[in-house]
Design a protein around this ligand. Sequence first.
Ligand code: GUN
Length: 284
Amino acid sequence: MIKLDGKDLAQRIKLQLKEETLELKESLGKVPGLAIILVGDNPASKIYVNSKIKGCSELGFESFAHFLPEDTNEEKVLELIGELNEDERVNGILVQLPLPKHIDEKKVIDKIALNKDVDGFKPENLGLLMLGDKDSMQPCTPAGIMELLRAYSIELVGKDVVVVGRSNIVGKPMGSLLINEGATVTTCNSKTKDLKAKTSQADMVIMAIGQAKFLTEDMVKEGAIIVDVGINRTEDGLFGDVDYDGVSKKAAYITPVPGGVGPMTVAMLFANTMKAFKKVNNIR
Ligand code: GUN
């Protein structure tokens, strides 16, 4: 069994971005800037946002953090995004999801300028992704998984892949990226009839449903590749969507939680911010 070490790969990507940032600072006198908006005090979101801010400072990126109270109204959030759209120091705008219920996620994403959509959540970017355009901004989690699979030279052509999860952020774009690489993709969800019949024939299973230890040893075939997107905080600790101890006995490759997909998601956010910076500055 080979552990797909996202922590190590993310570190290498970040090191490269850090060196590039230093060069840009010397040649252009400016660096990529990322604005991060968090509304409310969801503890998990706070942890993610703080790690993104810390990452910016490690890389030499500028960060512009906006922590807004839970009761902030939609208009205020849209107004802030409007200001950030105009701010030349800001190359990427990230609004941490989920948003409080009184704020319309669609309106918020619509407001973000296309060339600052470092999450790749806008319809234009998702459409380009579906069409196989490699220059568009891709959502960070699926993009990070593709990088990780590439780093371990995992062939996708002709593979039967089951994606469990159908969110706009992970499941749907993940399916498209895999299809573009020649995989045969089945997209399931937690309500899929006889999920085990599907996962147990798959060459690769990607779990993204947010239920701790949902995928068990009896649900996978010998030699399968297992990718775990889940980050579930329970009373007993932090677990992925995969029952790691059991499944790793049968898997050929598996991502750990933590240290698998999570760090790759954050690394791709910085890579997208660099991409946005270069585009606006006509570099390469
Ligand atoms: N919430 C969970 N994952 C993500 C992500 O990739 N981007 C944003 N903005 N919010 C998230």
